[in-house]
Write a protein that binds this ligand. Structure first.
Ligand code: 0X9
Ligand code: ZN
Length: 311
């Protein structure tokens, strides 16, 4: 059991996914592909009805590449809960395989709990002379596609520092490797962020639309509409669109662009709700964690079901 009435430290999230893998070995397999820069295991679950056989479409979801976006891991642990412990949508396990990575950046996440609430980046220090003074790379600028051309910084002290080179960060390489491992079947990739209530699709570096933009938009709207139907009245409606035109700024080296470039057809950055402005937007009142986790699952269910049309 993981509580949804408050944000959970890394240890509690890890205990939960360890427990799931132990208790449900038929459906859930724990993978620890690498340690973080700081030596913390990076952990994800492979969830599959008859073990991964490599023939079903794969849905990949990650969260907390940005450390301070605390509302993101609960949406992934909740998805795990609904796929394994409290199955009300059996077709989602029947028809798909799942990769669920609740904390992509464990060093940063831990640091945001223990030292600096609004820390965003990784905690690496070895790429750049200045980086000893200013640790960390923006994981969402570090992917190996159109790296460091726009919406990025070369200054290690910046929150959008792209890193010394593409995929310098082990945390980014882990996500890239997941995508590579499942290239043949990966149908949808969701990278969970906050905040702003957006569902964003490529290309996020130049605002142009990929050939399958209509499918991206259709599935995005499907998710947004499903959420709208169950949202609390004080929450903003989701907006769906291209990352640049909808969010208002370009950023290169981001995860959703990387996944789409590699061939994942339905690739989205999910910006969960924030309610307040400024840094406080990253600290959604804990009373809403359960609601956001539930409604996000409803959105995912709707999108994943619709995605079959494009498999
Ligand atoms: O800037 C980001 O990395 C994301 N927003 S956040 O506030 N969570 O940091 C948005 C990324 C959207 N994708 C691209 N522009 N490629
Ligand atoms: Zn983010």
């Amino acid at each position: 059991r993981i509580p949804y009435n408050n944000y959970q430290p890394l240890e509690v999230i890890y205990q939960y996914i360890d427990m799931i893998a132990e208790k449900y070995p038929e459906v859930a397999t724990l993978v620890t592909p690498a340690n973080s820069f700081g030596g913390i295991p990076i952990k994800y679950l492979k969830i599959s009805k008859n073990k991964f056989q490599g023939n079903k479409p794969v849905i990949i979801i990650d969260a907390a590449m940005h450390a301070r976006e605390w509302i993101t891991p609960p949406t992934v642990t909740y998805a795990i809960h609904k796929l394994v412990e409290n199955v009300t949508e059996p077709d989602l396990l029947e028809n798909f395989d799942w990769i669920l990575l609740p904390v992509a950046n464990p060093d940063g996440y831990k640091y945001s709990f223990e030292k600096e609430r609004f820390w965003r980046k990784t905690r690496s220090t070895d790429q750049h002379p200045t980086s000893r003074l200013c640790p960390g790379v923006d994981g969402n600028r570090n992917f190996n596609f159109v790296w460091n051309t726009i919406g990025t910084s070369n200054n290690p002290c910046s929150d959008i520092y792209a890193g010394a080179r593409p995929h310098s960060e082990i945390e980014v390489r882990v996500v890239e490797n997941i995508i590579t491992e499942h290239l043949d079947n990966a149908l949808m990739y969701l990278t969970m962020h906050s905040f702003g209530s957006y569902i964003l699709y490529p290309w996020g570096h130049d605002g142009s639309l990929p050939p399958n933009a209509f499918a991206l938009h259709l599935v995005g709207v499907e998710m947004a509409d499903a959420i709208t139907n169950v949202q609390l009245p004080n929450f903003p409606k989701y907006r769906v669109g291209n990352a640049v035109t909808t969010l208002g700024y370009p950023a290169s080296g981001a995860a959703e662009d990387y996944a789409h470039m590699r061939g994942v057809p339905l690739s989205y950055t999910y910006e969960l709700p924030g309610l307040r402005s400024g840094f406080q937007g990253f600290h959604l009142d804990p009373r809403y964690i359960r609601q956001v986790s539930e409604e996000t699952w409803i959105g995912i269910v709707a999108g994943v079901r619709r995605s079959l049309q494009f498999a």
